[in-house]
Design a protein around this ligand. Sequence first.
Ligand code: AMP
Ligand code: ZN
Length: 248
Amino acid sequence: MSTQADCIFCKIARGEAPAHRVCEDERTLAFMDIFPVTDGHTLVITKDHFENVFETDEDALAAVARTSHRVAAAIRSELSPDGLMVFQLNGRAAGQTVFHYHMHLMPRAQGVPLALHTRVPGVPARLAELAGRLARALVASAVVFACIGIAGCASNRERELWKNEWNGRLDAMKSDWEHPCATRPFIAWADGFLGDCENEPRGDADCDARLAWVDERVQQCRAWTAWQLRNFNQHQRSEGAAPSMRIE
Ligand code: AMP
Ligand code: ZN
């Protein structure tokens, strides 16, 4: 990552400054704008420091476009805005105030005007809530997949497929931020699933083994989430390596 010591967005990307993070991958990071012009105003930045569009390379732009597309879908599913403004400013004359390349995503409600750019601070609790909701919406498809994978005591073969898919997703993400967001809805679902099974015991040994397997995943997710809560959105990651989310 090529970063600049005193750039605020570089500091956020390095985890040295706080932000209400939504998601991240190898090249990009999305977080809530701290002076939201509309409710849900989100920024997508490159992790590398580029001052503006003229300095970026095509790959970085493509990476920002991909993340913006995903975050836009999450904004639509979570906030159901009437419209979405996507824009990006280059140079003081164009109104740029942070000189690190970034895309603005602003959900719009019909007839509701924009707040003044960079003037009115957002309410931290609201920013945190929105970041959490968008992060969860981003991984909803992974969670749905997980649920289908084990619902109704999946067969050993299905379980194996699910395991490979899950581990593959972890490998593909490289970044360690995205998947923990999946764990909270996963835990809620798996807890419910286990509870239902306890109320209606199925009895056979195979089923018990599969339930134990789901239970183990829940424990793994709990450890991950606990670690995440202690570490993310702090100035520094204080607790060393994350517990593995791989399924062995
Ligand atoms: P621009 O004027 O296009 O450069 O936009 C910069 C945006 O970054 C503005 O909307 C600011 O509200 C926002 N901003 C500045 N500092 C922070 C920060 N520390 N965390 C989140 N957003 C920020
Ligand atoms: Zn920077």
